[in-house]
Structures are given as structure tokens and as C-alpha cells.
Design a protein around this ligand. Structure first.
Ligand code: FES
Ligand code: FES
Length: 183
């Protein structure tokens, strides 16, 4: 990931933005119209940020902004100045998957996988907020995300499994790259 990047053109207004992306400080000069999803993919190389509908409907582009699940296709990069942004790449520790990612793998909670990073990030926010969610809370927590392949049953099972496994993991054993360092 580049720490200094630029997407300005000569004849369009630009703004400077500095933020943390998966724990790394990124400074750039961008057009105010640049979406956070495009900024993360193009300027920061975070290709785990998926762009589906680009209308705030599917949730594929979900990232955490200061720990809150946020649709990056509805957010401008300049709106996250000074914020801490976490993408799905920020959850794994090198080759070690985060327990939420591992749970999605174990429960076969994906087929094409296009929606998966958005679901994983929505799950991260849900379990940070509610470590032991019941079925209704899981369905509510993931209601902003659409999967066309799995029928949701395995995804809900993955959230259950992740909650159980996270309850067993000392927080010090998880990577510390998400907003607030509470991961
Ligand atoms: S791409 Fe952002 S909600 Fe669909
Ligand atoms: S796994 Fe394909 S859209 Fe969800």
C-alpha cells in the first residue's frame, strides 16, 4: 500500500486526506467525488473491497470506519479524513485467518465469494457490539448485505461459530489492526 498517492487532475478541485487503512497511515490528494470504495481498491490496493451495486443495496463494499460497518460505495474518501478504516485484509494476520474468516470457511458460507468480505466485515461489527447474538440479532446485523448464492443458512451458522470461537480466544491473540485496537 502506498503511503503517499495522488489522484488529482489539473483542472478539477482536489482535497488532501489522511486516514488509517488497516493500521497504516495513508495520505493522498483526491477529487472530492472519489468514492471510498474506489480509493481503497485503486489507491490502497485493498481489492478485498468488492463493488457490486454501487447504490448502497448489496453490502459487498462494506468496510469498518472507526469500527462501524459502512458502505464504502456511498462514502466519499474525503469524508473519512482522520478516520480508521478496516477492510477484510485488515482482519487476517499474514496467512492466519481471523476467526470470523475461518468460520465462514468451516461453515461453507460462500460459493462465488463476491459478497463474502462485506459479510465478514458486517459480522465483525456485529460481534464487536454483541458478542453472543441470537438468531434475530444475527439476521438484523446482516440485513444490509445480500448474497445471491448461499441462501444465508450457512452464513448465519458461520456467525454463530465465529461468536463461539471468539469467546474462547484471548483478545491479545487477535491482530490489533482494527479501529480502536480492540480486535
Ligand atoms: S457496492 Fe456498495 S452496497 Fe453494493
Ligand atoms: S457467495 Fe456468491 S453472492 Fe454470496
Amino acid at each position: 500500500m502506498s503511503s503517499e498517492s495522488s489522484s488529482q487532475s489539473l483542472d478539477r478541485p482536489t482535497e488532501d486526506v489522511t486516514l488509517s487503512v488497516n493500521g497504516e497511515t495513508v495520505s493522498a490528494t483526491v477529487e472530492p467525488r472519489l468514492k471510498l470504495s474506489d480509493f481503497l481498491r485503486q489507491e490502497c490496493g485493498q481489492r478485498g473491497v468488492r463493488v457490486g451495486c454501487e447504490h448502497g443495496v448489496c453490502g459487498a463494499c462494506t468496510v469498518l470506519v472507526d469500527g462501524k460497518a459502512t458502505k464504502s460505495c456511498l462514502t466519499y474518501a474525503v469524508q473519512v479524513d482522520d478516520a480508521e478504516v478496516t477492510t477484510v485484509e485488515g482482519l487476517s494476520d499474514g496467512g492466519d485467518l481471523h476467526p470470523i474468516q475461518e468460520a465462514f470457511h468451516q461453515e461453507h458460507a460462500l460459493q462465488c465469494g463476491f459478497c463474502t468480505s462485506g459479510f465478514v466485515m458486517a459480522t465483525k461489527e456485529l460481534l464487536d457490539r454483541e458478542p453472543d447474538p441470537d438468531q434475530e440479532q444475527i439476521e438484523e446485523g446482516l440485513a444490509d448485505n445480500i448474497c445471491r448464492c448461499t441462501g444465508y443458512v450457512n452464513i448465519y451458522s458461520a456467525v454463530d461459530r465465529a461468536a463461539e470461537e471468539l469467546a474462547e480466544v484471548p483478545s491479545d491473540d487477535l491482530t490489533d489492526r482494527t479501529a480502536g485496537g480492540d480486535d
